[in-house]
Ligand binder design. Structure first.
Ligand code: DQA
Length: 149
């Protein structure tokens, strides 16, 4: 059984209390449970992580690249938070490893402030998911399962 690695970037540990009108009332623990259920239903194993540190996210992408090469990983679902709009390092890590990656946003970033309209991730992502609320995590896992089958 292959693994889906779900990586959450900065401030996503605050889900539930952070701008609930934008991100909803569910906590990151709730999202993890949703991902557990969806992975089980799609024949995947879940590895669910969160970090506020750009370098740690880069290290996890490198690890994902090695696991995918070894045939153990279906791919990555990445909500890079604000690093989406700033991080050349994450862009380079995804490109350099060639890992299969779905970019995910809870909110529709294109309907928000102009600084959220550009993503350094999209050009190196297999697919992009935005605006479905936290249910987007379930949709992205189902999509990843189809891509890897
Ligand atoms: C986000 C959108 C980003 O612009 C923001 O910085 C986040 C969360 C989302 O899930 O909608 O932290 O990635």
């Amino acid at each position: 059984m292959k693994t889906a690695l779900v990586i959450n970037g900065p401030n996503l540990n605050l889900l539930g209390s952070r701008e609930p009108a934008v991100y909803g009332a569910q906590t990151l623990a709730d999202v993890q449970q949703l991902c557990e259920r969806t992975c089980a239903a799609n024949g995947l194993k879940l590895d669910f992580r969160q970090s506020n540190h750009e370098g740690e996210l880069v290290d996890w992408i490198h690890e994902a690249g090695r696991l995918q090469t070894a045939g153990q990983l279906a791919g990555v679902i990445l909500n890079a938070g604000a690093y989406t709009h700033t991080s050349v390092a994450l862009h380079d890590a995804i490109k350099g490893t060639g890992v299969t990656l779905i970019e995910l946003h809870i909110s529709n970033v294109h309907a928000r402030e102009a600084f959220r309209h550009h993503s350094y991730i999209s050009a190196v992502a297999k697919a992009v998911m935005a605006g479905f609320g936290v249910n987007g995590y379930a949709l992205a896992i189902a999509g990843l399962a189809q891509l890897s089958s």
